[in-house]
Write a protein that binds this ligand. Structure first.
Ligand SMILES: Nc1ncnc2c1ncn2[C@@H]1O[C@H](COP(=O)(O)OP(=O)(O)OP(=O)(O)O)[C@@H](O)[C@H]1O
Ligand SMILES: [Mg+2]
Length: 223
């Protein structure tokens, strides 16, 4: 599903180059639930952005769904991202002038053949415990509630792959537990493939595999 070889990402200018990723080999097979662990600044968000095609300024090879990412044009990449990949960002990226339900629907406004999205959006909001807040703007929600809206949004079009950056980072223990349960259910019942960056034990325990990053390299191979 994803095959990355020798990924390198450099930040900074010619005088002060720093490698955020420095020779990372990483693959994801369908049905995997991979937890990406590692200290702050180790390259976790950088890796996720590259895997999802959000950052194409990297060195190395990256195949997603069988295509070399660099070979895809903007339109093809956008289509692939919209239909097959869901993102849950570290900062939620919700639109403050739209209601909760419209935030869930917004990225799919022009989606084709995706069935009754509004019904699915309501079902997902129910699942994350926010259906009664559907008409509120996200500015009236807590951090954890915003995170749950972004989870519903990521799942709307039944992606094959969900990339999440600290999906439980803003949640209290109980809400975090519910989200972990939701991921586990989606993984087991809907065969969703997940890659989740996390600092949290309970999310890492739910994963089928963990990968540790340290200073831009995979630490000690995959476990
Ligand atoms: N836009 C940027 N410009 C310059 N350097 C950056 C940029 N984004 C990240 N970096 C650097 O790349 C390295 C990896 O950052 P990254 O955000 O991937 O870390 P992370 O593992 O996600 O950390 P955290 O757990 O704090 O979210 C860091 O040294 C960071 O300073
Ligand atoms: Mg990060």
């Amino acid at each position: 599903m994803i095959r990355a070889t020798g990924l390198r990402k450099l930040y900074g200018d010619a005088r002060a180059r720093r490698a955020a990723l420095d020779g990372v080999d990483f693959s994801v097979e369908p049905g995997d639930f991979v937890a990406v662990l590692g200290p702050s600044g180790s390259g976790k968000s950088t890796l996720l952005a590259i895997l999802g095609g959000l950052d194409r300024d990297y060195e190395g090879r990256l195949e997603i769904f069988g295509s070399e990412l660099r070979g895809l044009g903007d339109a093809a990449l956008a289509r692939l991202r919209g239909a097959r990949i869901g993102f849950i960002f570290q900062a939620f990226h919700l639109l403050s002038h739209l209601s909760v339900i419209d935030n869930v629907l917004a990225p799919s406004l022009f989606a084709e053949g995706a069935g009754d999205l509004r019904l699915r959006a309501l079902a997902l909001l129910d699942r994350v415990g926010l259906v009664d807040r559907r008409d509120d703007p996200p500015t009236e929600l807590s951090g954890g509630q915003r995170q749950r809206v972004s989870i519903a949004r990521a799942l709307l079009r039944k992606p094959d792959l969900v990339l999440c950056d600290e999906p439980t980072g803003n949640l209290d223990a109980e809400t975090g537990e519910r989200i972990v349960d939701l991921f586990r259910e989606l993984h087991v019942e809907e065969k969703l493939t997940l890659v989740a960056v996390t600092h949290e034990e309970r999310l890492a325990r739910a994963a089928t595999r963990t990968v540790r990053l340290r200073a831009g390299k995979i630490d000690g191979g995959e476990a």
